[in-house]
Design a protein around this ligand. Sequence first.
Ligand code: SF4
Ligand code: SF4
Length: 472
Amino acid sequence: MEQKIEVMSADKVKIQRPDPKKGNNDYSPRSRIYVRDVKGTLEYFRRIFGFILLFAFAAIPWLQWNGDQAVLLDIANQRFRIFGMTLWPQDLTILAWLAIVAAFALFFVTTLYGRVWCGFMCPQTTWTFIFMWFEKKFEGARNKRIALDKRPWDFDKVWRKTGKHVSWLIVSLLTALTFVGYFTDISDLFVNFFTFGASFWAVFFVLLFTFCTYGNAGWMREIMCTHMCPYARFQSAMFDQDTVTVSYVPARGEPRGPRSKKVDPKEKGLGDCIDCNMCVQVCPTGIDIRNGLQYECINCGACIDACNEVMDKMGYARGLIRFTTERNLQGGRTRKARFKAVGYFVVMIVMTALFIWDVATRQPLAVDVLRDRNQLYNINMDGWIQNVYTLKVLNKSQLSETYTITSEGFARSELSGKTTITIEGGGIATVPLTLSVHPDDVTERVQDVNFVVQNVNDPDVVHVTETSFLYE
Ligand code: SF4
Ligand code: SF4
């Protein structure tokens, strides 16, 4: 049985905000945490991941495939175009496998490395850091921002605040246009939006997502991570004593206290923590990692970079705050292979295999056969028995295709109607057909019959639909 690790309960966590008695703790979250800028290896990696994520997000809807938008989640027409593949409501299992694979990949990574997703890849974190970059450009570093907020309004304060909010709104608007561009033709959207020709719903969703981005990354920030994100709540179910998380090493840091660089801390009975509070000031969620593991921690490692810089300045070894495990902190050796991690990994691999199988065996063709409900059967002038059907043929590919329709099940039968059809990519054809069967072959009231729809150019694309032939 794996042991869970202690996570500090929410009421004991102290978010480092300015003193309410000083009059600036009204309900205005962005006046509460002033995040200090930090530089370091982890910050560098976060920027790289952020740029990759941002670039992918912005570039994907502009990619073209066979002259069309390569990725288009066309909800209005109930089809998702993803490069060469078009997914229809009938293909939802593919999306389900993908969602399950993503969920188990997240569980697996969280079990091994905690909330690294939150700290390095989550869009909320990426956009928050972009907004913080603009904030710093207009309002300066942490101390200047605190001073600016305390200062009465003057021209300098007005233009800095205006510049910051305008830059946030521009980023939010571009984010919203790009996001909505995943669901509609993005080039038309950009042109129509800026020439006031976009539809009501397009404008509505662009403004909605602009507002959400501006609110989330500009104002809400850590509140999203600490109070609204469901992942923060259930992550502790995946954590155990071998999960790598950002941790302060109390055995090395305590007792903490300020001292001169020239003084040997051992002589003064001190640990390596100089109580400079830098780790707290750089924390985007405003917590003090020295209090132990808290669910607010997004594993971003900003406190590691800050503390390493302090350790360098003091001439101490780095790593007072570091990525490590609870077991390691208690002097044990971290176990990589644990039942839970292996379980998540196995499920992830099985689901990935099912996803690949589903994609590989997917036919770009769907057929529905409907019987004529008005008349069960009729008999033609030659005495042959006839049943009438309507075939709905969906070409799920993105190219125009030609299909032949045949029937199977009777030795002597004739299919009359349009038995060769051409359907444009993504199109549906409704084909009425009459199946006439020699009376000697009709031996029962209900007999099975198959309709076979086959692609002329690619005979492997074939759909067989079973239905019934009725008589009396
Ligand atoms: S940054 Fe390091 S030295 Fe400074 S308070 Fe935090 S843990 Fe202590
Ligand atoms: S405690 Fe450290 S790792 Fe956790 S959120 Fe704050 S800065 Fe990031």
